[in-house]
Design a binder for this molecule. Structure first.
Ligand code: GUN
Length: 292
């Protein structure tokens, strides 16, 4: 078994981007910029946004976090986004999800200019992905594909089984792996909570992508020998032996499944760091395409 070391690969990607930004700076050019918008006090969202913004700073990108109370209205949020849609210094706009209940997420996502949609959530970006046009691919699926690519994992004709059908991971990774190009061209199955027996599907996987949000749900007897496993889950479970009182686990029972896998992502240190690296990469792409 070999680990798919997302932490290491993400750090390589950040270094590559930093080198490109250093060149821009040495030529006295403008640099890519990302604005992250956070509404409300969700603790996980606060941590995610802080680490995204820190990652931007570390590679020399311009970055700003705009924080608003959960009482912000939908109309106010749209006018803030509008302001950044026409701000030349910010090439990417990220609105951290989930949003407070009184704000319609779809409406907010649609108000972001597709040219600045570095999260790849806009219906235009999603549509382009489905029909195989160059676009912003959402960061977690893009990170998974990049990880497979950098470990030279053959995906052509392989059976990719995705567990989970979210708009952020399940649906886009399925579409990405279906594309007729390198590091995709797979046979794709998406299964989800309505399946009476998930293991019927997971046992067929050459490449298993678990994005369910259920701690350690995928057990050793649910996969075949030699499977490549990508665990997207980040779940907190109680652990009295830890000083924090909890520990982070994925959607995959790591010890059991890694005994059968050829490759597997650890949690933490697998997909998570790749998501942030792809956000930086999408922001750089937005700058190159529309902002330089
Ligand atoms: N919430 C959970 N994941 C994400 C993400 O990738 N982007 C945004 N904007 N919000 C999220």
């Amino acid at each position: 078994m070999q680990l798919l070391d997302g932490k290491k690969i993400a750090s390589e990607i950040r270094k590559e981007l930093k080198e490109k930004i250093d060149v821009l700076k040495s030529q006295s050019k403008s640099v890519p910029g990302l604005v992250a918008i956070l509404v409300g006090e969700n603790p996980a969202s606060q941590i995610y946004v802080a680490s995204k913004s820190k990652a931007c700073e570390e590679i020399g990108m311009k970055t700003k976090v705009e924080k608003f109370p959960s009482t912000l209205s939908e109309k106010e949020l749209i006018s803030i986004i509008d302001k950044y849609n026409s701000d030349n210094e910010y090439h990417g706009i990220l609105v951290q999800l989930p949003l407070p209940k009184h704000i319609n997420e779809n409406k907010i996502i649609e108000s972001i200019s597709p040219k600045k949609d570095v999260d790849g959530f806009h219906p235009m970006s999603v549509g382009n992905l489905v029909i195989g046009k160059e676009t912003f691919v959402s960061c977690t699926p893009a990170g998974i594909q990049e990880l497979l690519k950098r470990y030279y994992i053959n995906t052509r004709g392989k059976h990719v089984v995705v567990v989970g059908r979210s708009n952020i991971v399940g649906k886009p990774i399925a579409n990405l792996m279906l594309q007729k190009n390198d590091y995709a061209n797979s046979i794709v199955t998406v299964c989800h909570s309505a399946a009476s027996d998930i293991s019927y599907y997971t046992r067929q996987a050459d490449i298993l992508i678990a994005a369910i949000g259920q701690p350690e749900m995928i057990k050793g007897d649910m996969v075949k020998e030699g499977v490549v496993v990508v665990d997207v889950g980040i779940n907190r479970i109680e652990d009295k032996t830890s000083s924090k009182g909890y520990r982070i686990v994925g959607d995959v029972a790591f010890d059991e499944v890694s005994a059968k896998a050829s490759f597997i992502t650890p949690v933490p240190g697998g997909v998570g760091p790749m998501t942030i690296a792809m956000l930086l990469s999408n922001t750089f792409k937005a700058y190159k395409l529309y902002g330089e």
